[in-house]
Design a protein around this ligand. Structure first.
Ligand SMILES: [Zn+2]
Ligand SMILES: [Zn+2]
Length: 275
């Protein structure tokens, strides 16, 4: 069984836990580690996981709300770090650790999980987001991007669960108290995804087996959970209550990622009519 849980989501710190239980084995990967070390340890403890049991920490990009305490956590528990070369350089390439390199299109195996990183348009050195596959189910994790590229759409085709950035409502951002330069950065092509952009993407990724969509990385200043839910629900033709929201304070519950439908059997030659 593949499952996902946000431990924290928003501009003050992001961390997402992915777990698969397969043939009596367990694999846990932490995607991003934005909260401070003590905070992330507490959040892991709250879900009953000793940090030492993590099989890897993946850093999507160098922004502090993602890279935060990743190096400290990895050092403390001797955990493998996975990130892009560009992200590592932008983090100052701490010499005490040697990460495993991730790059667009290169699958990375961690226990029973396959991580499939892909490039996103964001104002970081070499940002990557992830499609994560267990032997039976496919999950999409997508935050921190300024617009939807065809590359992103292709990378996430067919996932049955999607955690997607709904950073801001453009109207709230425009009317809010942020300085004009920051508003331009957030709303720009290399900033963050608005509710409407996220809605456009989920519509393009919608299929009969898409079971769950989790709105994430919401701005506490420029968004409201119900606006994100409404935008995604309308795009999918779902009731609003079916859209989950990951929060800064509490992250989210565990969500099981349902198996992808197995391929339909190859067509056989039509049965001969009985005379
Ligand atoms: Zn972020
Ligand atoms: Zn970022």
């Amino acid at each position: 069984m593949l499952r996902v849980r946000s431990l924290a989501s928003g501009s003050a710190g992001n961390a997402t836990l992915v777990h698969v239980a397969w043939q009596q084995r367990h694999t846990h990967v932490l995607i991003d580690c934005g909260p401070g070390l003590r905070d992330i340890m507490q959040r892991l403890a709250q879900v009953g996981l000793d940090a030492a049991r993590l099989d890897a920490v993946f850093i999507t990009h160098e922004h502090a709300d993602h890279a935060g305490s990743a190096v400290q956590l990895a050092k403390r528990h001797n955990l493998p770090l996975i990130t892009s070369y560009g992200t590592w350089q932008a983090m100052g390439a701490p010499t005490s650790l040697a990460p495993r390199w991730a790059s667009d299109g290169q699958a990375i195996g961690v226990g029973d999980l396959t991580l499939r990183p892909f490039t996103v348009p964001h104002d970081a050195r070499e940002p990557l987001q992830l499609r994560i596959e267990s032997p039976t189910a496919h999950l999409g994790l997508l935050t921190d991007l300024g617009h939807i590229s065809s590359h992103v759409v292709k990378a996430l085709q067919g996932v049955t669960t999607l955690l997607i950035e709904c950073n801001h409502c453009p109207t709230l951002l425009a009317q809010g108290r942020y300085p004009a330069t920051l508003k331009r950065r957030i709303g720009g092509d290399w900033g963050h995804l608005s509710n409407n952009q996220a809605a456009d993407l989920v519509q393009r990724l919608s299929h009969a087996s898409l079971a769950r969509v989790i709105a994430a990385h919401l701005s506490e200043e420029n968004n409201r959970p119900e606006l994100a839910q409404q935008a995604l629900a309308t795009a999918l033709g779902w009731p609003m209550s079916r859209i989950d929201v990951a929060t800064q304070a509490n992250g989210s519950d565990w969500f099981e990622v349902p198996p992808n439908p197995t391929r339909p059997p190859a067509p056989t030659s039509p049965a001969q009519p009985t005379p």
